[in-house]
Design a binder for this molecule. Structure first.
Ligand SMILES: *Cc1c(COP(=O)(O)O)cnc(C)c1O
Length: 391
């Protein structure tokens, strides 16, 4: 049978992060001592009070359909979060709860972009953004950056990329994969241009709470009512509450866009899991004392990994200010990222994600959402691998 695959689906690139990850898992299952730097999720457990709230909801029979955009209690709790932490006034009707931050991103793109539209995506980018844009039959316009600007685009670069077809700019600060964080001034300058040019911003703020060295995260929506009117904030529970498997994310949008996304979601997934939403309420309204502990641990690992990486000849690494990734430059090793990572896994049993997956072939992504013991062992092996490369 010659199956017909839609052009839309056939155009997608398979996920390179998942490919490395599945090979590393297979090696592990075969009993090999693999060190994984590929994780895109916290290595901490979901805080107990959140699990308890979901378990109680399940036990109480909270197992039916909910309103497709989320239960009012959770949408209100999220609106309260934006008011309290970001000084932003959203009505609960402007909040859409979805099946993960990734799903929120997808909903934004599918509800605002179509054939002929251009979406500006700074690289290195989270690998799903360009694929989502392609799924919407729109065109990704990639703006490359390097470690010399801490992987940030400049206002001039943005201005030059905007055309009459530009519909959306994707911002992700703190960034996956680079860990870089735009300063409030830098974010405002970018937001100013989008307001002037009438370009929407999808601001993926899922790492908002994970920052180091006093880095300040300010939402682009918070500079003026006009900035807010041009911004859709995407966020979720996966990272700061370690709830990746719960599939729970949310967004805040101008009313007409929220309404369109509500329609999209009501005809695709319907509501996110009912009892997971009750866990979400506990995450939003309960104690946040897990976070300083996690941040202290991440910060320790980050400093160690950053110093160790910079001690390896041929590797240089700017320090990250947020998220839980480092993005070292490997250009001087003479290898491109896919070959580097494939050989690193084969020869030293260390799994890292090649930068090419994020549109930056001179780099790798190292996740430090793993134990200090793993980081020490894995980076020792990485050191050995690089020193053993024949120039
Ligand atoms: C993890 C992540 C998300 C959302 O993940 P979900 O598990 O779908 O909530 C969104 N954007 C970025 C950049 C991420 O790293």
């Amino acid at each position: 049978m010659n199956y017909h695959i839609s052009t839309r689906a056939a155009a997608l690139s398979p996920s390179l992060t998942l490919a490395i990850d599945s090979k590393a898992k297979a090696m592990k299952a075969a009993g090999e001592d693999v060190v994984g730097f590929g994780a895109g999720e916290p290595d901490f457990d979901t805080p107990q009070h959140i699990k308890d709230a979901a378990a109680a909801a399940l036990a109480a029979g909270f197992t039916k359909y909910t309103p497709s955009s989320g239960i009012p209690e959770l949408r209100q709790a999220i609106a309260d979060k934006f008011k309290r932490e970001n000084g932003l006034d959203y009505k609960p009707s402007q909040i859409i709860v979805s099946c993960g931050g990734k799903h929120s991103c997808f909903n934004v793109i599918i509800a605002t972009c179509q054939e002929g539209d251009e979406v500006i995506i700074p690289a290195p980018y989270w690998l799903s953004y360009p694929e989502m844009v392609k799924l919407a039959s729109a065109t990704p316009v990639i703006l490359p950056t390097t470690d010399k600007t801490e992987f940030k685009i400049t206002p001039a670069q943005l201005r030059a990329a905007i055309t009459p077809k530009t519909r959306l700019l994707v911002l992700n600060s703190p960034s996956n994969p680079t860990g870089s964080v735009y300063t409030p001034d830098e974010i405002k300058a970018i937001g100013d241009i989008c307001v002037e040019k009438g370009v929407l911003i999808m601001s993926d703020e899922i790492y908002e709470h994970l920052t180091y060295d006093g880095a300040v995260v300010k939402s682009v929506a918070s500079f003026s009512p006009a900035h807010k009117d041009h911004t859709i904030i995407v966020h979720g529970f996966a990272k700061a509450w370690s709830m990746t498997g719960w599939r729970l994310g949310f967004l805040a949008a101008p009313e007409p866009i929220a309404k369109a996304i509500d329609a999209v979601q009501s005809h695709s997934t319907s509501n996110p899991t009912s009892f997971a939403q009750k866990g979400g309420v506990a995450a939003m309204t309960g104690p946040q004392d897990h976070l300083p502990k996690w941040l202290a641990e991440y910060a320790k690992r980050r400093t160690y990994a950053w110093q160790k990486l910079n001690s390896i000849p041929g590797i240089s690494c700017v320090n990250a200010k947020g998220a839980f990734y480092l993005f070292p430059n490997i250009a001087d090793t003479g290898l491109k990222s896919a070959e580097f990572c494939a050989r690193l896994l084969d020869e030293q049993k260390v799994a890292a994600v090649p930068g090419i997956a994020f549109g930056a072939d001179d780099y790798l992504r190292i996740s430090y959402a793993t134990s200090m013991a793993n980081i020490e062992k894995g980076l020792e092996r990485l050191d050995k691998f690089v020193r053993g490369l024949k120039k």
